[in-house]
Write a protein that binds this ligand. Sequence first.
Ligand code: SAM
Length: 325
Amino acid sequence: MELIDSYGRKINYLRLSVTDRCNMRCSYCMPVEGITKLHRKDILGYDELYRIAREAVTLGIEKIRVTGGEPLVRKGISAFLARLAGIPGLKQLVLTTNGLRLVEMTEELRTAGVQRLNISLDSLQPEIFSRITRGGDLSRVMAGIAAAEHSGFPIKINMVVMRGINDAEIIDFASLALNKPYTIRFIEYMPVIKDNNWASLTVPGNEILERISEKFSFSPVENRELAGPAREYRIEGGVGTIGVITPISGHFCQGCNRIRVTSTGIARGCLFSNAETDLKPYVRTYDTRGLHQALHQLVTSKPDMHQLSARQADHSPFPMARIGG
Ligand code: SAM
């Protein structure tokens, strides 16, 4: 089976958020005053999330990324991941994490069948890291990355680049891909919490690449199957790769293959569209047919592109922690 949207795009990638809770408070993701926690009764149980995932795979989803909040703070996550990994037809199970719990969890994640990890890391300087994450401990994340690498996980690091905050570290991050087989992704800052000066924080992907080119030569790498929206490059003589994700300066909507489901069962076809479909009524009543119809409807109504540019941000503000990035 295949899920094809109204613009002929094959939709085969589900980002599944399992919690809105997080053990960090990143300034670019959560508003200053924090966010109201969702009610426990609204959060789907693992059985319910599993059924959504399984039916989505039946319809044509081939890759699932588990995200959050911080997915590793939800109790029982490894057993849930193992169930997901067993869904017939699923080709890739991957996870996005802030890395804080990796030291104690990498082995169980590998055993569960997680194939790759994306680790968010926005600074290599302890004070800057702590400022961005409002108190996060860089040494724990670095130890987590080392543990994950040691246990055999391919490592992808996502850095949200913010002008005047961490952009002076672009070269330091690119250098990580020289000696380590890491994939380093530079992500343009997006206005998810809609602060007024958001546009001045965004460093366009081309500028990021230009700055790297002042220090290193690099050439494009062919994208793998089910690869994300990053343009990827290999630094001459390096073992890893670097890439830029440019949702603002050069949106990649024409190649968009994803849908998102939150921990409360709200499905979105586009991060920056306010259109949502509530899957909870179908999953709570075991209405598989209704669930299939709702997922088809979601795919059919995916917009051709988001309307976000460096000048405008028409969406309602939302904490990324709820939707899962
Ligand atoms: N807690 C996990 C983590 O830290 O990776 C998963 C959830 S987090 C919301 C998922 C991704 O969203 C992270 O890679 C984060 O960098 C990205 N993200 C959040 N807010 C963003 C923003 N304003 N602009 C760009 N990326 C953002």
